[in-house]
Design a protein around this ligand. Structure first.
Ligand SMILES: Cc1ncc(COP(=O)(O)O)c(C=O)c1O
Length: 389
């Protein structure tokens, strides 16, 4: 059978070699420090678990839910008001099965074949996949050391801006660990207005921001509601990655278009998961704040630790990631990762998997306890690998 030409838009998994090497080394008894995948190791809180279990005991809750129940919408509305100072209404909300799925599909509602979409590079890979699925053409705007790993709309040529339909902005940024500032958002909103570009903001790390800076919502900035929507995921704040809960929030016409596409293929989120999401949004946020401090300690252990052994890795400002430059002597980020894994047992992700501008970097996920991270730094120091940039 000849499969869809659409498949040719995507690469095969090229990092399987890294996983294979890690399993081999582990079987040989080597300690592996796995900082490769961005899945939180913290447990989901008890009140969230209980809400799901109780709801799952009710047979009615096993039927198609068909919609976001009003209690879920209300809890999100209250959360956005109290946490971010943003007023939303039910028509401005549509759930999806995680931001990954939502971002993967939103292009189907927004663009036609050949339309231009502005994407950051390096970026979370589904940004690219979603545009390609919908037949769009990505234009990559750089997030580089020179721009403090933040969007700089002045780098986008006028002719590109004129034809772009939407732009994805995602701060705190995976894999870069950079955090948005009011100035950056102001420039983005002005740019969006000037060129009539929709901003799709991916807010996955609003609760993982360091050094006393408080995370917020893009929609809180003046004018943002006119030009944008935001994906808000419960995955990382509440350690619910497997439950797959996220929402598209913001401009009503965009949410309606997204809902129309979804309603062709989706019968709604499992009701027990909706009840778990309500418990998360209505519950105390003390645990979420404590967790953020914990991530910060891990960040200090990794970035500070690596600097203390001579590898100049800047502090992440937010997200659960650290973005580290690799020495010039390595021909690629993949080569460096393989060597690092082989010699020290530390497993991280090649920067190339986040787009071409990622090539001279690797990403560490802060998914090990601080003490383990300290041991990982020690293992790197003793490995004989060249890590000094
Ligand atoms: C920037 C960013 N967006 C979205 C996601 C996916 O979130 P979800 O679990 O809601 O699909 C991730 C997960 O790592 C992410 O880093």
């Amino acid at each position: 059978m000849e499969f869809s030409k659409r498949l040719d838009r995507f690469q095969d998994e090229i990092f399987a070699a890294l996983q294979k090497k890690s399993s081999e080394l582990e079987q040989q008894g080597k300690t592996i420090y796995n900082m490769y995948i961005g899945t939180p190791d913290f447990p989901v809180e008890e009140h969230i678990r209980k809400a799901l279990v109780e709801a799952a005991e009710v047979p009615e809750n096993w039927k198609y839910s068909l919609r976001d129940i009003p209690e879920l919408q209300d809890s999100l509305i209250d959360y956005y008001q109290s946490r971010f100072g943003v007023t939303i209404r039910p028509e401005m909300i549509q759930s999806c099965f995680g931001s990954q799925e939502g971002i993967g599909h939103i292009g189907l509602a927004l663009i036609d074949e050949g339309d231009t979409v502005l994407l950051p590079t390096p970026c979370y890979p589904v940004f690219i996949a979603g545009v390609k699925l919908a037949g769009g053409e990505p234009y990559y705007y750089p997030l580089s050391k020179e721009t403090n790993f933040l969007p700089d709309v002045s780098t986008i040529p006028e002719e590109v801006a004129r034809k772009a339909k939407f732009m994805i902005v995602s701060l705190p940024a995976n894999p870069l660990g950079s955090v948005g500032t009011p100035e950056v958002y102001k420039e983005i909103i002005e740019f969006a207005k000037k060129y009539d570009i929709l901003i799709v903001h991916d807010n996955a790390y609003s609760d993982i921001i360091f050094d006393g800076v408080k995370g917020g919502s893009f929609l809180a900035y003046e004018g943002a509601m006119d030009v944008g929507v935001e994906f808000f995921s419960l995955s990382k704040s509440f350690n619910m990655t497997g439950a797959r809960v996220s929402f598209l929030i913001g401009r009503q016409d965009v949410v309606a278009a997204f809902r129309k596409i979804r309603s062709q293929i989706d019968f709604g989120m499992f009701l027990p998961i909706q009840y778990a999401a309500i418990a998360a949004l209505r519950g105390s946020l003390d645990g979420v704040k404590e967790q953020c401090l914990n991530y910060q300690e891990r960040r200090d252990a990794l970035c500070g630790g690596l600097r203390s052994i001579g590898w100049d890795v800047p502090d992440s400002k937010g997200s659960m990631f650290v973005w580290a430059p690799i020495p010039e002597s390595y021909s690629s980020s993949m080569d460096f990762c393989m060597d690092l894994l082989y010699k020290s047992g530390v497993m991280c992700t090649p920067g190339a998997s986040f787009g071409p501008l990622g090539e001279r970097y690797v990403r560490f996920a802060l998914v090990l306890p601080k003490e383990e991270i300290e041991k990982a730094v020690q293992a790197i120091a003793e490995s004989g690998i060249q890590y000094k940039v």
